[in-house]
Design a protein around this ligand. Structure first.
Ligand SMILES: *Cc1c(COP(=O)(O)O)cnc(C)c1O
Length: 411
């Protein structure tokens, strides 16, 4: 037998330190559960950060990937493949029809495509390249780590050290329509926001705000670009989170949950603007391969066949009610609960990392957000029972952290 692999040492020696040193090695997953290399079981409310939307190793997804792997993996976009065609048709239907799809590999790359769309649009509207190029984004946004995405993400933590950034990004206050109105001028090509800010700490755009933005964009002739990379693909109980507002965006970026765990990004663009990307204007080697498209198709089919949107809608009020009850027991520690469906942010009275570690010890994996938020982002397959367990562990841990903080305050 080999000695147990020392992944910690191998990480220290060989993996770039941009994520810090991850604390445990996970080796296996099943549904809402994952196990580490010591055999410890965890309830997974992180889901690869809203990625494993069907839970781990869902049989439909496993079968689709295995079958496609044995048939055809990759043919480039110089040739057609059936899975990409089917996936595009399916996603266009989800977006309300009348649009076109572009496939890529990540959320940042999807957003990069949206930003490039805004440049093409501004150039066409103004008749001059580099003229109408500004994009109005929200304060506290997160749009990814590429130069475009990072420039649309107004955070020192993310931008520091990388100047000069991409020019033209302007920021306004989320849910403050007047602030966006003031930020849009003759040089503006697009407004670009997350329906629910994810990395920023789970701050939803309100229905009235989204409707107001749509009207503003129509009025000013600027594009409304929506980043649904984290909140899309069923996470809130509708396929896209913006659906609650009844609006139609001009283009949508998606990624995370769409592949159920394989890397994918996708952009939907309304037919009115889709032709701005002519032949040769954009591309990516791995976009929409037979393999990845098969996985995404399995995710979409399973969301339908297993009524996962309905399940999220049904369980969400119960979960919110339980969390609010817990908050009322510990108001000094649990400051606010925000979100929609299975995209929940719990604002706590301290920086989240100690709480994340304590929850992990207790067998619950969650991602933090910003300086004081714990997120619940379980698979769409999570049941009331899974939430009961997560909330019980969260309650226990909150009591311990809260007592510790009180003690150190009086010490
Ligand atoms: C995660 C995320 C991104 C970036 O996606 P990557 O796949 O990490 O590049 C962009 N926008 C939002 C809203 C995200 O949550």
């Amino acid at each position: 037998m080999n000695a147990k692999l020392d992944t910690e040492q191998l990480y220290k020696d060989n993996v770039l330190g941009n994520y810090g040193l991850p604390p445990v090695t996970l080796v296996r997953g099943r549904g809402l559960r994952v196990w580490d290399d010591a055999g410890k079981e965890y309830l997974d409310f992180c889901s690869g950060i809203a990625v494993t939307s069907l839970g781990h190793c869902h049989p439909n997804l496993v079968e689709a990937i295995q079958k496609q792997a044995a048939a055809l993996l990759c043919v480039s976009n110089l040739y057609r493949n059936e899975n990409q065609a089917k996936l595009a048709a399916k996603l266009d239907e989800k977006a309300g029809g009348g649009g076109k799809l572009f496939f890529c590999n990540s959320g940042a790359e999807a957003n990069e495509t949206l930003i490039k769309l805004s440049r093409l649009y501004g150039q066409k509207q103004s008749g001059e390249e580099g003229k109408r190029y500004k994009v109005v984004c929200a304060e506290n946004a997160f749009h990814g780590r590429t130069f475009g995405g990072m420039s649309a993400t107004p955070k020192a933590k993310i931008q520091d050290g990388f100047a000069p950034l991409v020019d033209g990004f302007v920021f306004a206050e989320l849910n403050n329509l007047a602030s966006f109105e003031a930020a849009v001028d003759d040089d503006t090509a697009a407004v670009f926001i997350e329906t629910i800010q994810g990395e920023g700490g789970i701050y939803p755009a309100s229905v009235e705000f989204l409707q107001g933005l749509r009207a503003l964009c129509d009025d000013k002739g600027v594009l409304l670009l929506i980043d649904e990379v984290q909140c899309g693909v069923g996470r809130t109980g509708t396929f896209f989170a913006y659906e609650e507002a009844g609006i139609r965006p001009d283009a949508i970026g998606m990624a995370k949950g769409l592949g159920g765990g394989v890397p994918i990004g996708a952009v939907w663009i309304d037919d009115a603007y889709a032709d701005l990307f002519g032949p040769g204007s954009h591309g990516t080697t791995f976009g929409g391969t037979p393999l990845i498209s098969a996985a995404a198709l399995a995710v979409l089919e399973t969301i339908e066949s297993d009524s996962l949107l309905e399940q999220v809608q049904e369980n969400a009020p119960y979960v919110m009610e339980r969390l609010r009850r817990l908050q009322s027991e510990l108001p000094e520690y649990i400051l606010e609960i925000r979100g929609s469906g299975y995209m929940i942010g719990i604002q706590i009275a301290e920086s989240p990392m100690d709480m994340v570690a304590l929850l992990r010890e207790k067998g619950l994996i969650v991602p933090p957000a910003e300086t004081d938020v714990i997120r619940f982002l379980p698979a769409l397959t999570a049941t009331k029972k899974d939430f009961d367990e997560a909330i019980a562990l969260f309650g226990e841990a909150s009591k311990e952290r809260s007592a510790l903080i009180r003690k150190s305050a009086t010490a």
